[in-house]
Design a protein around this ligand. Structure first.
Ligand SMILES: *Cc1c(COP(=O)(O)O)cnc(C)c1O
Ligand SMILES: [Zn+2]
Length: 395
């Protein structure tokens, strides 16, 4: 065995702190809470340093000592992570911001940051001997799990709504995934997947229902720290569905503090959702610790159409602790800003990226950001798989 020198120790429940063995297959805690991965941070700090990381190739696996895969042989990679942080050339000036950046996740394999989470989940599934993965999805997560499963030699099944855009059917099929279309929304897909887990023995990699997707997404937090020389930016704007990125980055900041790489200062975490599906902004405004399920969710930004999330309480907690906020934007606003990103910055984004920019406008008009703040706007996916939608909103 060629060890990754991972400092991983065990799993713990984010709700009740119950511990689980890392070498066993687990889903949710018996209390229903999501499971998180714990490490020996002293050991990790002895194995890697910011200086050492600078010398490694820039993929998410450069952080492998603080990632959960134990044996190099099980790393399933297509080169995910290490994405550019682009300085704004035009929008920043227009908005009178001096330090606006875009974290360009569109260049990941399969066209979105889902590659990080599912690259990690599939790698750990391989390590744990899991042979068949199933996922209920409205798009990008299906593409990613299909691609990584193909590379890992693991069987894959994707459950999608009947009205899913064609590209997601096509790439899934090319990767050899079994695809099942369901009448209804992502929720109905989830129910169908749960049925198949019971009757056919599939393992579900739905958001936060297994512990490892978040470990892939947290690498975005490590990359930002590295880019800003371990002095974290003032504001992070993140388009939120299940919230793995938000929760993952928050965990990464905690881990870096435990390793002595950063202090206790945190960026303001800003969650963005669409007005047609905004459970997190609603719960935030109402001062609640958890979100109510959103009835009849709709938005063109498919990645944000998540009416209820397992990690809602974690998102709300990190947003509040960071002094951040949660913002809802309309489809017209987010599509206008998807055009703006392409025309003003050369970034051809999926609608979720536009939503981040629309949220930034709201923060400015509410006086929640300063001109000098270093602001990072997440562009989570590329536009090419959304041509149908983008065409409807052509300039
Ligand atoms: C899935 C997805 C999101 C939401 O990500 P979460 O981590 O689930 O909150 C945002 N943008 C795009 C393009 C997505 O595919
Ligand atoms: Zn628990």
């Amino acid at each position: 065995m060629s060890s990754t020198n991972s400092a991983v120790t065990e799993l713990y429940c984010a709700k009740c702190n119950h511990k689980y063995n890392i070498d066993e297959i687990h889903t949710l805690c018996t209390c229903g809470g999501p499971l998180m991965v714990d490490y020996d941070y002293k050991k990790a700090a002895g194995l890697i340093t910011p200086q050492l990381l600078k010398t490694r190739p820039s993929t998410m696996w450069k952080y492998k000592e603080i990632l959960p895969v134990k044996d190099d042989e099980h790393i399933v990679t297509l080169g995910e992570g290490g994405t550019p942080l682009l300085e704004s050339k035009s929008l920043g000036k227009k908005l009178e911001l001096d330090n606006l950046y875009f974290k360009d996740e569109t260049v990941n394999p399969t066209g979105s940051f889902k590659a990080r989470g599912l690259g990690m989940a599939v790698s750990r599934a391989r390590e744990l001997g899991i042979k068949k993965l199933i996922i209920p999805t409205a798009g990008n997560a299906g593409s990613a799990v299909a691609a990584y499963s193909a590379r890992a030699g693991i069987k894959c099944m994707i459950i999608m709504p009947k009205d899913v855009p064609a590209p997601f059917l096509v790439d899934g099929a090319y990767h050899g995934a079994e695809i099942e279309l369901v009448e209804g929304s992502i929720k109905d897909c989830g129910a169908k997947a749960a049925e198949k887990v019971k009757s056919e023995g599939w393992f579900a990699v739905a958001t936060l229902k297994e512990p490892y997707r978040i470990e892939g997404k947290k690498t975005m937090g490590y990359e930002l720290a590295e880019h800003f020389d371990y002095d974290l930016p003032e504001v992070i704007i993140y388009p939120t569905g299940g919230g793995t990125g938000l929760i993952g980055m928050w965990k990464a900041f905690d881990e870096m503090e435990k390793m002595g790489w950063i202090g206790s200062k945190r960026p303001k975490m800003v969650s963005v959702q669409a007005e047609g599906c905004a459970p997190i902004p609603k719960a935030f405004d109402e001062g609640k610790d958890a979100a109510d399920e959103w009835p009849d969710p709709h938005t063109v930004a498919a990645g944000l159409r998540v009416p209820g999330a397992v990690g809602d309480f974690l998102m709300l907690d990190s947003i509040r602790k960071s002094g951040g906020t949660a913002v809802a934007v309309s489809d017209d606003e987010l599509m206008a800003d998807t055009r703006e990103l392409a025309a003003a910055e050369g970034i051809f984004a999926s609608p979720e990226g536009g939503a981040s920019v629309s949220a930034l406008r709201k923060l400015i008009s509410n006086g929640l950001v300063q001109r000098s703040d270093r602001i990072v706007v997440f562009i989570t996916g590329g536009g090419y798989k959304y041509l149908d939608v983008l065409q409807e909103y052509m300039p």
